[in-house]
Design a protein around this ligand. Structure first.
Ligand code: NAP
Length: 311
């Protein structure tokens, strides 16, 4: 049996703002471009209800709508968008080889834009109750807690945004943070502070999530006094940040201690011809607009690289 391969000038892995922007620039730059976006193209913004800091939208835009527009724009300009995940890469050969399902693709240049995944606390009781009251996605599961009390763990923008979103359904939202100050941006903090349904519980960490078939509540500990605090909430939403999605690049690209892809100023990685853009390499900003800008840069560099390898 002969192996089936398809070749593209540029293959982009990941379907957030970095990936789609890279696809738009690659296609407009005259390259054959393929984007592998997984079963639900859109990345983390699929879970963001309202974005009001992406330029060009006077009114807040729903994350999923913004991503649909990017997908349609990339497709209209000629990029092939595959609803599949790349499961393995081989950057030791030229052209580069990428596996999706049973098929192998080859590419002259690759842009890694796989983003980041939500992190979990790591409590055994957390894993036990995922889908039974513990959730990592308020947008997905908030609806199930209509009229009930819930808590959100975390103190950043994601936690603040989740808490605000959950007030649409829940009768009360506890925002549990391990410090005495939220990390979330000023505007989100203001919204949290002025929302009568939200109570911020500072200086507390979850020790155990309890329940039988489903969650009945969470046991907290005050990090300053050691005193226990019990919240009887059937919903526990975890929003403590993200880890880069770099599993497939291990052993192929240089990663830093936290697993982010290491890039130079031109977004080149440790392998010439492989570039990275967005949250998978951004340890500092992690903003949709920054990721989009990085996607543009990576595609421009990939086009220059392809040009330099001709003849
Ligand atoms: P983040 O900014 O890294 O915040 C994570 C939060 O979880 C921090 O408050 C952290 O506490 C807490 N935390 C971490 N590990 C914990 C643990 N094991 N137990 C308890 N608490 C823990 O992550 P994020 O909120 O997901 O945001 C990531 C990036 O996306 C940020 O740059 C953010 O601005 C951006 N973002 C933007 C928007 C928006 O603009 N609408 C929405 C969502 C995210 P400490 O504060 O003590 O470190």
């Amino acid at each position: 049996m002969t192996e089936q391969t398809d070749h593209f000038d540029i293959v982009i892995i990941g379907s957030g703002p970095a990936g789609f922007t890279a696809a738009i620039y690659a296609a407009r730059g005259g390259a054959t471009a393929a984007l592998f976006g997984g079963v639900a193209p859109g990345g983390q913004l699929l879970q963001t209800m309202e974005i009001e800091n992406y330029p060009g939208f006077v009114e807040p835009v729903v994350g999923a709508d913004l991503m649909q527009k990017m997908l349609k724009q990339a497709s209209r300009l000629g990029a092939r968008v595959f609803s599949e995940d790349i499961s393995a890469v081989d950057f030791s050969v030229r052209p580069f080889r990428l596996t999706a399902g049973a098929k192998t693709y080859t590419a002259g240049a690759v842009i890694a834009a796989t983003g980041a995944q939500a992190r979990w606390l790591g409590l055994p009781s957390e894993q036990k109750f995922i889908g039974k009251g513990v959730s990592g996605c308020a947008t997905c599961d908030g609806f199930f807690f209509r009229g009930k009390e819930v808590c959100v763990i975390g103190g950043g923008d994601s936690a603040a945004e989740d808490a605000l979103f959950l007030t649409k359904f829940a009768s009360k939202v506890y925002l549990v943070h391990r410090r005495d100050k939220l990390r979330a941006t000023f505007r989100l903090q203001e919204k949290v502070r002025t929302n009568p349904k939200i109570q911020v519980v500072y200086d507390h960490v979850p020790e155990e999530i309890t329940g039988e078939a489903k969650v009945t509540g969470v046991n907290l500990r005050n990090v300053k006094t050691g005193a226990p605090l019990r919240l009887d909430t059937p919903g526990v939403f975890i929003a403590i940040g993200h880890s880069p999605a770099t599993e497939i690049f291990k052993g192929q690209l240089n990663l830093d201690d936290a697993g982010y892809i290491v890039t130079n100023a031109e977004l080149g990685t440790s392998v010439c011809g492989v570039f990275a853009a967005g949250d998978v390499m951004d340890t500092r900003y992690k903003q949709a607009v920054v990721a989009a800008g990085a996607g543009c840069k990576a595609a421009m560099e990939a086009l220059l690289y392809l040009e330099s390898t001709k003849n």
